[in-house]
Design a protein around this ligand. Structure first.
Ligand code: F6R
Length: 607
């Protein structure tokens, strides 16, 4: 995890770095630090806790200088502390690092024998020592970095600053994200695009093994062997304001309300309504026609989007679909081959388990595709084709708009597979795409009922547990509703396939336990009425999500949140919204850190 930033230019680097780190705080927030050159002299400030602690320290010390590097940390090796905070320094070399160095203990022992003194428990500090050592042999910082990297095994995005050399910083990448930016007389590096948006929208994604020298007048990149390489500059269409809270109390709240726009953009980018077709470049129709099975790999919320995808790919394309947790798939001995289409779903495109599962599928000959929200991230770079979601930057750690755009992408993939395989007629495909296109308006309607969700949250804010039930495509929504509640309000919650209730969770039901029953009209509706009766018979409290036109559920449930009537393909995009809002308001009323819940980080680039 962790976020890194780097700046070379004529401005004071300190505010540029801290503003960049603010945008990356979602990647980790247990300590932060910056290093700058003040007239060539290295000055480093770092401290435990959130970025505001560093900002206070920087102001108190009147830190000023350029160029500079910065870091916001999510601890992996070494507890959160001042000394474990980055940058790490040895003999005038300052380094910030995101990733994990697997052989750091052996390297550290060797360096200690050679007289090096380590001041932290981190694996990252090893870089400062290795690079400083190389600088005894060469004066070329980039060459020293390349040499040092030969010794390490593991993942890294790192930025290096050397005392006395105001002309440059050097950055390098392997399996951790790193993006560069250029503006007139300035160069930038960051773990993610939002940190660059205030300065530039022209970005360069480094490839694994790249080492780049950032100077005021340009960026030069070499591959691991030192030979120059060209990486394309891409223009991102995110504006800085898109990465701001825009008047909302939390990013999560803002992102919940961005969903109609995000879903509409995701559909617009791919669907031709007139032709009832979808553009999925990179996904050869011939390949799609001939696959015998689809295997979806993902983690967390993205896994829930995969479960939704299974329902409709099976139904529209008549293909068997397995949905696997990426962390399980990668360590099993999965039965997949070249007849399988493996689809990796990842908001960040950097989740290590999902990336590893994708690689495993590729190694075994599968055709591969990704569903991802970040252009040029590791997973889309490695997948055969990518269906990008257009949610824009998601800053709140709890995924909301990325989930609904992933669901949208999976719906489109199901339609596409149905069409190329001839199991959906053009007319049916057109109908489904038209249904999907109606979703943003319906979502807006649901979001207008925020007050009802907030009132319910007030009523239940002291809850100590909660059960979520759904069937078919509402089952992943039950899982997602439970995940949202647990991750931001720290309330234990379970999501269950409603038919499973009688096989265990029914024992939990008592007058204290709220049971959220997702029961819109559609397949499984009658069965959900049965579930509500079962909960009531045992004294449980029922919060039902039901269709506007429904008159039966309101007569049975203790509380009702209504969503517009919609076909099964669209309904999950609606029913999830009150659950997100309920979780959000419960968490806000309980006073938790909604955007940065404890122990979590936005993008899990470690195992
Ligand atoms: C939950 C959440 C996580 C992510 C998971 C995978 O709100 O956001 O469960 O879904 O860590 O992340 P990505 O989608 O970036 O691979």
């Amino acid at each position: 995890m962790c976020g890194i930033v780097g700046y070379v230019g004529s401005q004071n680097a300190v505010p540029v770095l801290t503003a960049g780190l603010r945008r990356l705080e979602y990647r980790g927030y247990d300590s932060a630090g910056v290093a700058v050159l003040d007239h060539g002299v290295l000055r480093v400030l770092r401290c435990q806790g959130k970025l505001r602690n560093l900002e206070k320290l920087v102001a108190a010390e009147s830190l000023c200088g350029t160029p500079g590097i910065g870091h916001t940390r999510w601890a992996t090796h070494g507890r959160p502390s001042d000394t474990n905070a980055h940058p790490h320094v040895w003999q005038g070399v300052a380094v910030v690092h995101n990733g994990i160095i697997e052989n750091h203990l052996a390297l550290k022992a060797e360096l200690i024998r050679a007289g090096h003194i380590f001041s932290s428990e981190t694996d990252s500090e090893i870089f400062a020592h290795l690079i400083a050592d190389e600088l005894h042999r060469t004066d070329d910082l980039a060459a020293a970095v390349r040499e040092a990297l030969r010794c390490v095994q593991g993942t890294y995005a790192l930025a290096v600053l050397r005392e006395g050399d105001e002309s440059r910083i050097v950055v390098a990448k392997n399996a951790s994200p790193l993006v560069l930016g250029r503006a007139e007389g300035e160069s930038f590096a960051a773990s993610d695009i939002p940190a660059l948006l205030e300065h530039t929208r022209d970005v360069i994604f480094l490839e694994d093994g790249d080492v780049a020298v950032l100077q005021r007048d340009g960026i030069s990149i070499t591959g691991a062997d030192g030979s120059p390489v060209e990486r394309p500059t891409r223009r991102v269409d995110w504006t800085p304001i898109m990465a701001e809270k825009g008047g909302h109390k939390h990013f999560m709240h803002k992102e919940i309300f961005e969903q109609p726009r995000a879903v509409a953009d995701t559909i617009r980018s791919r669907a031709s309504m007139e032709e009832g077709d979808l553009y999925l470049e990179g996904l050869d129709s011939e390949v799609l026609r001939n696959v015998s099975r689809v295997v979806i790999v993902a983690c967390g919320t993205s896994y829930h989007a995969g479960l939704y995808g299974k329902c409709f790919i099976e139904s529209f394309a008549r293909l068997p679909v397995e949905v696997d947790l990426a962390s399980e798939f990668r360590y099993r001995d999965p039965v997949v081959d070249s007849s399988v289409l493996a689809v990796a779903i990842s908001q960040s495109g950097e989740t290590l388990d999902t990336l590893a599962a994708l690689r495993e599928a590729k190694k075994r000959g599968c055709s591969t595709a990704a569903v991802c929200n970040v252009v040029g991230a590791a997973i889309p770079r490695e997948a055969g084709a990518t269906l990008y979601t257009h949610a824009g930057p998601e800053i709140g750690v709890a995924s909301t708009k990325c989930f609904t755009t992933q669901v949208t992408a999976m719906a489109m993939l199901a339609v596409k597979l149905g069409r190329v395989r001839g199991t959906l007629s053009a007319e049916e495909a057109r109908r489904h795409l038209a249904e999907l296109s109606s979703a943003p308006k319906l979502m807006e309607k649901v979001l207008r009922q925020e007050q009802a969700c907030a009132d319910l949250a007030r009523r239940y804010r002291h809850l100590s547990g909660c059960l979520f039930l759904g069937r078919g495509p509402q089952h992943p929504i039950a899982l997602e509703g439970a995940l949202k509640l647990k991750e931001i309000s720290y309330v234990h919650a379970e999501g269950y396939a409603a038919g499973e209730m009688k096989h265990g969770p029914i024992a939990l039901i008592d007058p204290e336990l709220p049971v959220v029953v997702i029961a819109p009209r559609g397949p499984g509706y009658e069965k959900m009425l049965g579930n509500i009766e079962e909960v009531r018979a045992r004294g449980g409290q029922v919060i039902a999500i039901c269709s506007e036109s429904d008159s039966r559920v309101p007569g049975l449930a203790d509380h009702v949140l209504r969503v517009p009537d919609a076909p099964p393909l669209v309904s999950p995009l609606l029913t999830v919204l009150p659950l997100q809002l309920f979780a959000y308001h419960v968490a806000d009323m309980r006073g938790t850190d909604v955007d940065q819940p404890r122990n979590l980080a936005k993008s899990v680039t470690v195992e």
